[in-house]
Design a protein around this ligand. Sequence first.
Ligand SMILES: *[C@@H]1O[C@H](CO)[C@@H](O)[C@H](O)[C@H]1NC(C)=O
Ligand SMILES: *[C@@H]1O[C@H](CO)[C@@H](O)[C@H](O)[C@H]1NC(C)=O
Ligand SMILES: *[C@@H]1O[C@H](CO)[C@@H](O)[C@H](O)[C@H]1NC(C)=O
Ligand SMILES: *[C@@H]1O[C@H](CO)[C@@H](O)[C@H](O)[C@H]1NC(C)=O
Length: 402
Amino acid sequence: MRFINPNLLPVVLLLASLCCAAPVQQLRNYDRKRAVTTTVTVKTQAQPTTTTTVKAQPMASTTTASAPAKSSAAAASATPGAPAAAAPGKPAMGPPNLLSQLTAEQAGGGVPGGPPPQTTFSANAIRNFKVANFIEGIESGFFAGALQTLNKDPTFTTPSADGKSISNVTTQIAAQELVHKATLEGLLGLAMEPTVPSCTTIFPVTDSKDYLAKANVVTSAAIGVIINILQSLSGTDPNLISPLSSILSVESQQDAFFRMSGSNTPSASPFNTGLSTTFAYNIALTYVDPRSCPQLPDLAILPSLNLTSPMVGATAPATPPTSITFTASGNLPKGNLYIGWVNQANPVAYSNVTVTNGIATADIPAGMTGIAFAALTTQTVAMTVDGLTNSTLAGPAVVLMS
Ligand SMILES: *[C@@H]1O[C@H](CO)[C@@H](O)[C@H](O)[C@H]1NC(C)=O
Ligand SMILES: *[C@@H]1O[C@H](CO)[C@@H](O)[C@H](O)[C@H]1NC(C)=O
Ligand SMILES: *[C@@H]1O[C@H](CO)[C@@H](O)[C@H](O)[C@H]1NC(C)=O
Ligand SMILES: *[C@@H]1O[C@H](CO)[C@@H](O)[C@H](O)[C@H]1NC(C)=O
């Protein structure tokens, strides 16, 4: 399909659907609304009086549409909300894509059109997509909640010099998260996998500063996990790298906005920090009441590492912090304790933990910028975030360095 002039794609897809129904079927899974629109458009083009001839396609050479009755049937079968009618041996339809036109307009676009990047998925891809679906659900709920909670907060609603308020930009970002979510759900639908229902109780933000701080953290967690998922998919599902990287760079643009709105530089480091799915999941879980989540991913819920300083704010401290303090109240093992530090694309760095009267401190190794992620552990050999995750006693805690 990749050699076809995109303007002719709807016609080609209709013709393909007349012949065998498979491509349109798959397309509807990925972007049901778009598929409906294009099919209806093509139906108009394929009226008896206007026989449509499609030329200049290496693949389909010359094709003529001359079956209006059949094309009407094809259009009708694509009615929104119509149940899936899977062709024999073809994937059944996924759940309907519930993205409104308004959301797509606010976001600057909807779920990608055209054929899906692939139609069979590895178990690894499905597992990762479900985690991403869960986290995107929390992100979009968080932004929607902030829009409601802060709608009378002047810092949130007053336009800046460009005429746009934090609220205006958040409206767009919230819509983009819904599109990301719908895209992942479309791919899960293609794989005939259930989507992950969203948690319903998202903790409200207290004010605009709290919002910016938390938006930076949750977006950094999403960026971190997508970096990890991309690495994982490169081995199993390389065709998914492209759509997922497109999501990753938008998450980074969104994060630059949160950082700048908090008077930080747009990008603090040359590299963003990759996170394990478990670390990102545990950070996302701090935004919700887990009891309100109909379905939790099959990942470990780690004990929290309770920092008493520094606390993450909207604005990074003028001088980067040099140590952390946390309460050590749980059943911590005897022997040496360490904090493993995850930052940028570097191997995990370790610092010693000193505990005095239930208050623990650890130095922050030199060279940490942006957001660093800290986890309590008893070992210093794991060099990757996945290895650190496996040996984490508590964490990850988030430290805003710069
Ligand atoms: C910003 O949001 C306000 C309130 O919802 C709206 O009236 C205004 O048109 C928006 N401005 C822009 C530039 O989107
Ligand atoms: C953090 O606080 C929780 C709740 O008080 C406690 O159960 C947990 O053990 C603490 N974590 C550490 C590392 O002390
Ligand atoms: C951590 O403590 C050990 C001794 O237990 C010491 O050898 C090491 O130098 C310390 N590391 C740092 C970074 O202070
Ligand atoms: C972490 O633990 C999982 C499950 O035991 C294992 O499959 C994986 O290889 C471990 N990863 C690392 C980097 O140690």
